[in-house]
Structures are given as C-alpha cells and as structure tokens.
Design a protein around this ligand. Structure first.
Ligand code: NYM
Length: 228
C-alpha cells in the first residue's frame, strides 16, 4: 500500500474588513468540491478554555496583561499543533484562518499613551517558534481607506484605524523577514503571497485559487517548523 502523502498547510491572514472569513469559507467549499479532504481551523479558537479567555478579552469583558494575552494566543495555537500535524500527515489539507503571524502583527502593534511600542517584535515571535510551518501564507491586504468604505471596523479590541495601520506595517515586516529567511534556507518551503483584497469578491477568490491549485501538483516536503 502506498504511503499517505502529506497534505498542504494553508494559512490565510488578513486585516479586518479584508473579506478573510468569506474567502476562507469559499476556499474550503472549493477544495471540498474538488474532492479534497480539508479542515478549517480558526485562530483564535474561541471554543477551548484558553480560547474563551481570549474571547472575553477581545470583547473587553475582561482585562489581561499584554504579555499574558499574547501568550494565551500562542498557547491556543500550541494546543492544536499536534492535531494540525496529524491531519496533514494523514492527507487532510488544513486551512488556518489566522496563525502565528497575526499573533506578532497585533501584539507588536500595541503602544502606550505616548505611542511607544509595548512589546518587541522578537519577544512576540518567540512563543510561536517551532509551530508547524505552513506551505503558503495568503495575506489579504486592504488599505484603511478601503476598509472605511466597507463600513469601517467592528466593536472588538484592536478594531481601530490607527491600530490597523500599524498591524499592516508589521505584517509587511514579517513577510520581508520570512522571505529573507527562506532565501537563506536550504528548503525554500514557505510561499507568502500578498493578495489585493480591495477588489471584487470573485477576483480575490480567483487570485487565491490560482495560488492554491498548484500546491496539489507536486508532493509536499516533510513538515517544517516555524523560525527553526
Ligand atoms: N489576534 C488574533 C491577535 O491579536 N493575536 C493572535 O494571535 C490572533 C490569532 O484577534 N483582531 C486578533 C486579531 C483579531 C482578533 O480575530 C480576532 P478574528 O479573525 O476577527 O476572529
């Protein structure tokens, strides 16, 4: 009997109002229609005890130290890391709606009253070192102006224009660092695509598909570890 091939690990990241939730579920349906075994995991996963603490914090129903909440977001990924690995190795595609990159981009965007960064980039990155490494990150990019046209941000913590601007800059910094690391590494396994999410739903969906379909044409390498 032939060994089961590892399935692709897809991460979708994006700014608020980028249409990430819609695009993620459309991709799930498209892959299922294509006959793929696929599972969608959303971070934060608000269903676990850790996720419930995160949910309460995001809704401003509770207060937490900035470091404590950052570590909870990371712990919420680690509690699913072995599940992700097992799914991939048994041939099930995993789509993550947000992952470690959101963890850094948002926490490193927090500033005090004088505008000084509260948590350093390196500190924010460290708890996620060693998580399963995705094959592809699709970053749904939208300008704050376009987001405003779409009705502005929601009610949760972080959904403010100034914060979103900093988050966008941080995502670009993470992309650059990832690409530099990849170019130096032996395996070149991670691809990071910036998707212009300011276009129509159909155009964005088509663009996403044009990056996902080729993943199934070749064999996935053995699963890597983030920043290792
Ligand atoms: N968020 C999400 C973080 O601050 N750190 C993380 O590690 C993750 C995964 O939670 N504003 C933030 C980004 C979002 C918020 O995400 C909830 P969503 O996709 O709106 O449910």
């Amino acid at each position: 009997m032939a060994a089961t091939q590892r399935a692709p690990f897809i991460v979708i990241e994006g700014l608020d109002r980028s249409g990430k939730t819609t695009q993620t579920s459309n991709l799930l349906v498209r892959l299922q229609k294509d006959g793929k075994d696929v599972q969608l995991i959303k971070f934060p996963d608000r269903t676990t005890p850790i996720g419930q603490m995160i949910d309460s914090y995001l809704r401003s129903a509770s207060e937490l130290d900035d470091r404590a909440i950052h570590l909870l977001f990371s712990a919420n990924r680690w509690e699913l890391a072995s599940t992700i690995e097992k799914l991939l190795n048994s041939g099930t595609t995993v789509i993550c709606d947000r992952y470690a990159f959101s963890g850094i981009a948002f926490s490193a965007s927090k500033v005090d009253a004088s505008g000084h960064r509260l948590l350093s980039y390196e500190w924010c990155k460290s708890p996620d070192i060693g998580l399963p490494k995705p094959d592809i990150v699709l970053f749904l990019d939208i300008t704050p102006e376009k987001a405003r046209e779409r009705g502005g941000y929601g009610e949760e913590r972080y959904e403010k224009e100034e914060m979103q601007r900093r988050v966008r800059t941080n995502f670009e910094g993470i992309r650059k660092e990832m690409m530099e690391l990849e170019s130096k590494s032996q395996d070149h396994t991670l691809v990071w695509e910036v998707i212009d999410a300011g276009r129509s739903l159909e155009e964005v969906e088509q663009d996403i598909w044009s990056h996902i379909e080729p993943l199934y044409r070749s064999q996935c390498p053995s699963l890597g570890r983030l920043w290792k």
